[in-house]
Design a protein around this ligand. Structure first.
Ligand code: ZN
Length: 154
């Protein structure tokens, strides 16, 4: 399962009771993205929760695609953000804390760790294929990124 299937809205049930919509637990489920995209329902929430979710909308849902928010951009941007946090040297538990503080989301440390491990393995595969094809720039970039993810593991 992708990491984006394992990122959750904090207190989804309480939020649902404040809105006229049912907020699903998984923030990347279609219905949740739908609620966030229109933002009307979010306005009914307390300031802290509202601001955190609007931060999510600003950071990950700001594209102009016709099929937004189902275009894949939110997922792609979020995954990139996780990698960036990791490259800044954050441990999985610090990443979990950052997601909660910034966006009012929660995830499990083990799931973040799995995601990072999977990313490392994918990059290794890219390195090998790129090397075989003599695509050395791609190979070196994959290696750098992999070193960043592995290197600062705490
Ligand atoms: Zn998009």
């Amino acid at each position: 399962m992708a990491i984006t299937d394992r990122v959750y809205v904090k207190n989804a049930r309480r939020l649902s009771s404040r809105m006229d919509r049912n907020m699903p637990r998984n923030v990347f489920s279609g219905a949740a993205l739908d609620i966030l995209y229109s933002t009307d329902e979010i306005e009914k929430l307390d300031a802290g929760t509202r601001d955190a979710l609007l931060e999510f909308v600003t950071d990950f849902m700001d594209c102009d695609h016709d099929n937004a928010p189902y275009c894949g951009c939110p997922e792609r941007k979020f995954v990139r953000h996780l990698i960036e946090l990791r490259r800044e040297g954050m441990s999985p538990s610090r990443i979990v804390e950052a997601l909660e503080a910034e966006y009012g989301l929660y995830a499990y440390e083990g799931d973040v760790l799995d995601f990072l491990d999977t990313s490392v393995r994918s990059l290794e595969a890219i390195e090998e294929v790129a090397d075989t094809l003599a695509e050395y720039e791609t190979r070196d970039e994959a290696r750098r990124l992999r070193d960043d993810i592995v290197g600062s593991r705490q």
